[in-house]
Design a protein around this ligand. Sequence first.
Ligand SMILES: [Zn+2]
Ligand SMILES: [Zn+2]
Length: 138
Amino acid sequence: MYQGSCLCGAITLEVHGAIDAIIHCHCSKCRKSSGTAYATNGFVNTADVQLKTGQALLAGYEASPGKVRHFCRVCASPIYSSNTQTPNKLRIRLGILDTDIVERPISHNFVSSKANWDELDADLPHYNGHEPSRHGKL
Ligand SMILES: [Zn+2]
Ligand SMILES: [Zn+2]
């Protein structure tokens, strides 16, 4: 079980399951949403996520049709995103986790959108879109 919280601590959650397909996303939406070079995101089962506190403070922004980026309305921490196409999955923002995890990132994605001051981690594969293993997984 993993625990996470937003910057102000109002929203706390638990993840009772594995985190899959962790990637560093360099797309412009993730850069703007996170305010930095990239966002590190992974899939969790919606049923595995338990909001412990702060549910009323969880706001959402529909950045593209059906895809909502959920964040804390007090401190603006990104928490996870949801997709109406895949209601059984959430894409959690790994930076909110307070506990160590056993899973590791598998790639850098959407590198064609990366900031030109961003030096990529040379050890991981780089893709112009999603990692190829994403297809057929959801
Ligand atoms: Zn907060
Ligand atoms: Zn992205």
